[in-house]
Design a protein around this ligand. Structure first.
Ligand code: ARG
Length: 703
């Protein structure tokens, strides 16, 4: 049986490390010994000859890597797909390999120019012939995989390589007889690992450690029950032996300097065709169009990066660069992904960046009915903070109540379809929900550089300010607050208890009194501490004037809770004169609506605290509707909640002493958020000061 197996090799007459096209070659240029290379090659040649037939292709001068015949191409039965080398250093090998396979009567397929694929180095047949494992990420392009499936009529499973040391699939992956697989999992992304685990049963997987991987243990030649490999660890040898194989070690040090070993030096030329196979390929591709300040705003590089980072690959089909600074650019990008799931994930992110299908590919969104109240279809499109439109009956319909992490529900009305962002729990039978990622677009502002710079107080690209910049930010925020108040706009404040502890209470009260705040969101604690301070001069028992704990002070906050409970609500406590100043007092006096969301650690709670969290979320959403600005003051919990409900376009100012909180909140990828790392009491006092200055100047100018 073994004599029917044939391999192709190429003698190392011209072998050397002449250039660097992979990490192993670095530092090894002209460092390999010719004699030792010849000796090692011959050893391998003889081992193989004892178990199979070895054909030879004549070596060509000037093409030192031609010894690595695995990269000649990929064959199955009588069909041969010629490699298209990624690096020009190896492209000259192509005609020699082509001639050899033609002379042996193979049908030779050639890939389009600019579509790299490096043969059996990057594509390995399952040894039972059931499918083809194909690698991409470094040398071969994902888009070559559908062609392999077509020409070889076989199912292709695409695996993404992520460690540049393992740049070819055969450096970290070796299917063995009987469905076994020798491989190095860390060389692949998580999606590929999942795919491998789905196809290869746990008892058949021989996952190896980095040390063996770095000795090219996976670069092994398998002939039935024999595995020929470079020297590896005893432990690994034992495992392979226990799986029923005989391990033959043969030294490969000289070829390792070029990034190759046993398997690379061979190409199996007998690969019998299995009958019941199909040209199934999971690779999907779609074209998207991006328009705007693609370069200035860094949009195009973000888009291309996210495609790669998420396991896809791309081809830029057209790129029309805007000529003037203010003119926009457009690009058509073909996106390929190893499966539908990955494609959907990538498309979702591209849509967030404003990508749309090219005009000829625009189609209606796919809708699925809600069949159970409060539950969406599996594949529902997850909404973002950006204004979103969905295409229904050939018309783009803008979604209402834009927010992130919702579903887009469509209802038919007499005036046509209506689209709304809804939380899953609010979905109702009878509605339809947008699934998949077609027929959806988000509207991103295309501000040119000039526009951005001309807005004196623009909230520039989500930056976190250091202490030195605090005053500058305060000036911006004060200006915005003034503008919003003067035009009858809406500012919503979310505040944590730290506002009171840091002495910011009186300043926040001042803002409310002066009409700068239209709604207040917080928890039980801020209201308790605020009223404790107003009533007893302490915050959690600490004297706010002297900064020291008051005897018996630890009971103060429970006392105030108890007292307010007696009156039945904060408003009644204010009316009765229990609370005579402070944040809650001003809210009541000026009819500023507030919502206090409860939590597991609340004392009391106050009668006003909403302990039903679904209701609390609804109250928050209601109070946030139509906001122009949200001031987030030292409350990670409530601020994150608010961030989730707020669409892009609403200015968000996040103040916290903890930079991590600020970064988390201001990093929404929208340009309107700004973070300030500072003491919130200090911030509020500066802000009030600045507003007073602005106001008095105003009066002077008028008089
Ligand atoms: N120096 C060669 C290259 O970088 C090594 C090829 C190794 N071949 C392989 N099938 N892994 O292309």
């Amino acid at each position: 049986m073994t004599d029917s197996i044939r391999f192709l090799m190429c003698a190392p007459d011209h072998y050397d490390v002449d250039y660097v096209i992979n990490p192993w070659m670095e530092g090894n240029v002209h460092k390999s010994s010719r004699d030792r290379a010849v000796e090692q090659w011959e050893k391998l040649y003889h081992v193989l000859k004892e178990n199979a037939v070895v054909d030879l292709v004549p070596p060509e001068k000037g093409w030192p890597d031609m010894v690595f015949t695995a990269n000649a191409g990929l064959l199955l039965g009588n069909t041969f797909v010629l490699s298209r080398f990624y690096h020009k250093e190896r492209q000259g090998e192509e005609p020699y390999f082509k001639a050899w396979f033609e002379s042996k009567g193979f049908t030779v397929h050639e890939l389009p120019k600019d579509l790299p694929f490096e043969g059996a180095g990057d594509a390995l047949l399952d040894r039972e012939g059931r499918w083809l494992w194909a690698g991409y990420g470094f040398r071969s392009e994902l888009d070559s995989h559908p062609l392999l499936a077509k020409w070889l009529n076989i199912e292709v499973l695409s695996l993404r390589l992520v460690d540049e040391r393992f740049y070819h699939l055969d450096t970290c992956f070796c299917p063995l007889t009987g469905g076994y697989l020798l491989y190095y999992p860390a060389a692949f992304d998580s999606y590929s690992n999942r795919l491998i685990e789905m196809r290869v049963a746990p008892e058949k997987r021989i996952a190896i450690e980095e040390a063996d991987a770095a000795n090219f243990a996976c670069n092994a030649v398998n002939i039935d029950k024999i595995v020929v490999m470079n020297k590896v660890s005893e432990a690994l040898k034992t495992r392979i032996t226990q799986a029923g194989f005989q391990v033959i070690e043969t030294p490969m040090s000289e070829f390792l300097k070029a990034g190759g070993a046993c398997k690379c030096l061979t190409l199996r030329v007998t690969e019998p065709v299995q009958e019941d196979r199909s040209a199934n390929v999971m690779v999907e591709s779609r074209t998207i169009r991006m328009e705007g300040h693609l370069l200035d705003a860094g949009l195009i590089s973000r888009a291309l990066d996210l495609i790669i980072e998420n396991g896809g690959s791309f081809q830029v089909l057209n790129f029309n660069l805007g000529e003037q600074r203010q003119s926009t650019s457009s690009a058509d990008v073909k996106v390929s992904a190893p499966s539908h799931d990955v494609m959907e994930e990538i498309m979702g992110m591209l849509i967030d960046l404003g990508a749309v299908p090219p005009p000829q590919e625009i189609c209606d969104a796919i809708l699925e009915p809600v069949v159970q109240d409060g539950v969406g279809p599996d594949d529902f499109y997850v909404s973002t903070i950006y204004p979103t439109e969905v295409r229904v009956n050939g018309q783009w319909v803008k979604a209402q109540n834009q927010r992130m992490d919702g579903a887009v529900a469509i209802t038919e009305t007499a005036d046509g379809p209506v689209a709304k962002c809804k939380l899953l729990r609010d979905l109702k039978v009878g509605e339809k929900v947008v699934v998949d990622v077609v027929g959806i677009r988000t509207i991103r502002k295309t501000e040119s550089r000039e526009q951005r710079n001309s807005q004196e107080f623009s909230f520039m690209s989500g930056s976190v300010s250091s202490e030195r910049r605090v005053e500058l930010v305060v000036e911006q925020v004060a200006w915005e607050l003034r503008q919003i108040r003067d035009r009858g706009g809406k500012v919503v404040v979310t505040a944590g208890p730290v506002v009171i502890h840091t002495g910011g209470g009186e300043h926040l009260a001042h803002l409310i009194r002066e009409g700068y705040v239209q709604a207040l969101l917080g928890g039980n604690a801020i209201a308790v501490h605020d009223m404790e301070q107003s009533n007893m001069g302490t915050s959690l028992g600490v004297d706010m004037k002297r900064g020291i704990a008051v005897r018996g002070g630890h009971r103060h906050h429970l006392k105030i809770i108890n007292a307010v409970r007696r009156y039945g609500s904060i408003a009644k406590a204010v009316e009765a004169g229990l609370v005579t100043n402070g944040v809650m007092y001003e809210c009541v006096k000026h009819n500023i609506p507030f919502s206090l969301a409860g939590s597991i650690r609340d004392d009391g709670p106050l009668p006003d605290t909403q302990m039903d969290l679904v209701k609390a979320q609804e109250e928050y959403t209601e109070l946030l509707r139509g906001a122009d600005m949200v001031l987030m003051l030292s409350s990670m919990l409530h601020s994150i909640g608010v961030g989730n409900m707020t669409p892009a376009g609403v200015k968000m100012v996040c103040v916290d002493i903890n930079p991590a909180v600020v970064t988390k909140l201001s990093d929404r990828g929208s340009i309107e958020s700004i973070g300030v790392v500072t003491d919130v009491g200090l911030f509020l006092s500066l802000l009030v000061n600045q507003l007073d200055k602005l106001t008095s100047r105003h009066h002077v100018a008028q008089s």
